[in-house]
Design a protein around this ligand. Structure first.
Ligand SMILES: *Cc1c(COP(=O)(O)O)cnc(C)c1O
Length: 456
């Protein structure tokens, strides 16, 4: 098909939306390592996981063999409020870059939470409701996950308790108010509400908190309150499973026009959007059907894939969660406070970690001023004001398109545009004012994090 016949936006119809999620673990010969009980170092059983997570979600977490899961009708109904999401041909960006590359992006920012996180939030809230629970607890850093979960909980009339990293709570009052609009209660973390919060505050008075600490508080709140469970917005295999709706739609849209991508790019925090985008494509690679270049992009300030160790680690500061084998900087790693936006978690999804270790995916780290430069370049021609997280993928997509300009290759590049950046204007401001700094940790800076890895 001639390229000019490809529309600016490929929309699937609602009927063409995927009706199942795809579990890439079923096609992996080397399965991701199991979650371990932090006390016994034995694989977590369903009975143990059920104590913390909703039962159906715990089953999804442990399932390495079922290739497809039906998406329940209630979730499909909710998806139809904002899906299918468009696959956009970045004609304007291509023209501006004067590249022979063909660039596409899957835009997940068209909902109030402003990101892809709603895809999993609604699934997790649904299973909590099915189980007859009263509510769920969670943590949020930049605030997108907390917003998505509060929307999902209000839809199913569930109580939602969010522990928000204290520095974000103070810096992003509007995020907080969006969550409260949807009925969530928002507590700055560390708080005096939980034992682990009180302990952390006693040891580090004046701390502005971290994701790992907020996770510990949310888990404690869930496990000590009748009728509550804990839910997590990334990293876990169940979250990656729900996010495959992104990749399945992308693939269906590309197939409609006989387009085969050469390069697929996504930003990587805990790995859920990237895993969701690339799973169907990596599945083809695992089955020996196709070959793609898959690139994970992470901040140079929090380089878990490019400089981390592949080891069992704690998922949270309070060490109450199961141990996960992943590329990690160590749960003791303190991310730089001047790094904007998310992507600051110390570890990476164990599914993506294994795929990366097996050479099915590569990883690049990028510095934040270069990321904001790419964000601005993109916004000026494509119109969308991207989230800082998403802009990591934009940066590498532009880099690859510029390589094509040099070599004359007409590669097809697909990247995930995970969300919008309207709540990140302080970061944009510091970029425009020239006060934004790049921070690359030295090996000495990373050492304390590695020293915090559990001795197995
Ligand atoms: C949370 C978030 C990310 C990173 O999380 P992953 O689990 O790695 O996908 C990326 N982009 C946006 C907009 C987010 O909100």
């Amino acid at each position: 098909m001639m390229s000019q016949e490809i529309p600016y936006k490929i929309y699937l119809s609602e009927e063409e939306m995927p009706k199942q999620w795809y579990n890439v673990r079923a096609d992996m010969k080397n399965k991701p390592a199991p979650l371990l009980n932090p006390a016994t170092h034995e694989p977590m059983t369903l009975a143990e996981l059920e104590h913390v997570f909703c039962t159906e979600l715990a089953k999804q977490e442990l399932d390495d063999t079922t290739p497809y899961f039906d998406i329940p009708d209630e979730i499909l109904g909710f998806y139809r409020m904002y899906r299918p999401s468009p696959l956009v041909r970045a004609y304007c960006l291509e023209k501006k870059l004067d590249t022979p590359a063909k660039i596409y992006y899957k835009f997940e920012g068209n909902n109030t939470s402003g990101s892809h996180k709603l895809n999993s939030a609604i699934a997790q809230a649904y299973y909590a409701k099915q189980q007859g629970l009263k509510g769920v607890t969670t943590e949020t850093g930049a605030g997108q996950w907390g917003t998505a979960l509060s929307m999902a909980c209000s839809y199913f009339d569930l109580d939602c308790k969010v522990y928000m990293v204290k520095c974000s709570y103070e810096q992003k009052p509007f995020r907080r108010e969006v969550m409260r609009t949807y009925g969530a209660s928002v507590t700055p973390s560390p708080s005096m509400d939980t034992e682990v919060g009180r302990k952390i505050l006693a040891e580090h008075p004046g701390t502005t908190g971290s994701l790992g600490c907020a996770i510990s508080e949310a888990v404690e709140a869930a496990t000590s309150t009748e009728g509550y469970r804990y839910v997590l917005g990334s990293v876990l295999s169940q979250v990656l499973l729900h996010q495959t709706v992104i990749g399945l739609e992308t693939k269906a849209a590309l197939d409609k026009y006989d387009i085969t991508p050469d390069i697929i790019i996504g930003c990587a925090g805990g790995g859920s959007n990237l895993g969701g985008l690339v799973s169907p494509f990596i599945g083809e690679m695992l089955r020996g059907e196709k070959k793609y270049q898959v690139i994970a992009v992470e901040p140079a300030s929090c380089p878990s894939l490019t400089r981390g160790k592949y080891a069992y680690d704690f998922c949270d500061t309070g060490k109450v969660c199961p141990l996960a084998k992943m590329y990690t900087l160590g749960s003791g790693f303190i991310p730089s406070p001047n790094h904007a936006g998310g992507l600051r978690y110390h570890g990476m999804s164990s599914v993506l970690s294994q795929l990366y270790d097996d050479g099915l995916m590569e990883a690049r780290s990028v510095e934040q001023t270069a990321v904001f430069k790419a964000a601005e370049q993109f916004a000026r021609v494509e119109g969308i004001l991207p989230a800082p997280e998403s802009s990591h993928a934009i940066k590498v997509a532009i880099d690859e398109a510029m390589k094509c300009k040099e070599t004359g290759e007409e590669k097809t590049i697909v990247f995930g545009l995970t969300g919008t950046g309207y709540f990140d204007m302080y970061a944009y401001e510091s970029f425009h004012d020239g006060t934004m700094k790049d921070y690359i940790p030295t090996d000495e800076d990373l050492q304390p994090g590695f020293d915090s890895l559990p001795k197995m």
